[in-house]
Design a protein around this ligand. Structure first.
Ligand SMILES: Cc1ncc(COP(=O)(O)O)c(C=O)c1O
Length: 329
């Protein structure tokens, strides 16, 4: 594959609220030739992939829920880079859905486990047993959040927007690797992670990942909805922004974006600043939301078409290359 693999794009957002608070808001997108590894996925995976190539590992074994963007990304990366993939999927019964179908289409093997077993995913004894079953495989934690994952995220440079230096970075947060990596890579900038999971241990987990960093903050998503669910205001914002060709989904990026705007409105964030919102991807999740009838097919079409229009708009204005070796397959 000769063409560059991944590129960084900037998109300026205009909204009356931003004008009112004299705030410049830039969204940073990472565009991959393999769409499932757009956003934070490529950053979190790239050093895992390099490790596999360097140590000639068989593949990646990892963990995720039945609609996991991370699993979709690992499966697509395995196909693109020519390594095997196996997922331990949290679910009470064997299911299929668009995410898992895409994983299987990329030859990922799936093992379904119930919540009780899944809870052991960080326990050394459980991991040792898995490693025995998969001797030459690299075990990657849920969400790709590991030292290697952080290393990739920390390389992303968000401090300089096309219009000047940023004062704040914001992103959606699940397992914490992205916010930790961004804090590591931008030690002089505050990084705001909007948590879309109800995990009381998340802040401690991030602290354990980056004990030296004190430039990050975690906020709960303002909708208060549990993980995987969302309210109409969040979906409404995603639909509104799709008209500006900003493709969001309401489970991660939509919640984070809305929380950021609410923080501005409530003046928890000072007006007159230049802010960067890192788009962490996850648009494959829209397929599952439509399948579960959490969004209508019209809403799905509207959100998806924003994604297509955005990539069309960016066209050839591309800025970065990744040196790893994808297969030609
Ligand atoms: C779309 C999207 N945004 C944000 C996140 C959160 O990233 P992290 O798990 O690194 O906190 C995820 C999960 O990886 C995700 O899929």
């Amino acid at each position: 594959m000769n063409s560059p693999f991944y590129r960084q794009h900037w998109q300026r957002i205009s909204l009356p609220l931003l004008e009112q608070f004299q705030t410049e808001l830039w969204v940073c997108h990472l565009h991959c030739l393999v769409p499932a590894i757009a956003g934070n996925k490529w950053l979190k995976l790239k050093y895992h992939i390099q490790h596999i190539q360097q140590y000639e590992k068989t593949g990646i074994l990892t963990f995720g829920g039945a609609f996991s963007n991370h699993l979709a990304a690992v499966a697509a990366a395995g196909k693109a880079f020519g390594f095997q993939t196996h997922a331990i999927v949290r679910h009470d019964s064997v299911v299929t859905n668009p995410t898992l179908a895409a994983c299987q289409a990329h030859d990922m093997q799936l093992s379904f486990v119930n919540r009780q077993v899944y809870r052991q995913r960080q326990q050394p004894e459980y991991l040792a047993t898995l490693q025995q079953q998969f001797p030459n495989w690299l075990i990657v934690p849920e969400g790709g959040t590991s030292a290697l994952g952080l290393q990739g995220v920390a390389e992303l440079q968000l401090a300089q927007t096309p219009n000047g230096p940023a004062k704040l970075i914001c992103c959606a947060t699940g397992s914490g690797g992205t916010v930790a990596g961004l804090a590591l890579g931008h030690p002089h900038l505050p990084v705001l992670g909007v948590s879309v999971v109800q995990d009381p241990g998340l802040a401690a987990q991030i602290t354990a990942l980056v004990p030296q960093q004190h430039n990050w903050q975690l906020l709960p998503d303002c909708s208060g909805c549990r993980y995987g669910r969302f309210d109409q205001a969040t979906l409404g914002l995603c639909l509104e922004l799709s008209r500006q060709n900003l493709p969001l989904e309401p489970v991660y990026t939509g919640k984070a974006f809305r929380t950021l705007l609410q923080q501005l409105e409530q003046q928890q964030i000072a007006p007159g600043q230049r802010i960067v919102f890192f788009h962490t991807g996850g648009l494959q999740g829209l397929d599952g939301l439509q399948q579960q009838q959490l969004i209508s097919s019209e809403q799905y079409q509207q959100l998806k078409s924003a994604e297509l229009r955005l990539w069309h708009q960016f066209g050839e204005r591309l800025t970065e290359e990744i040196p790893l070796r994808p297969t030609d397959a």
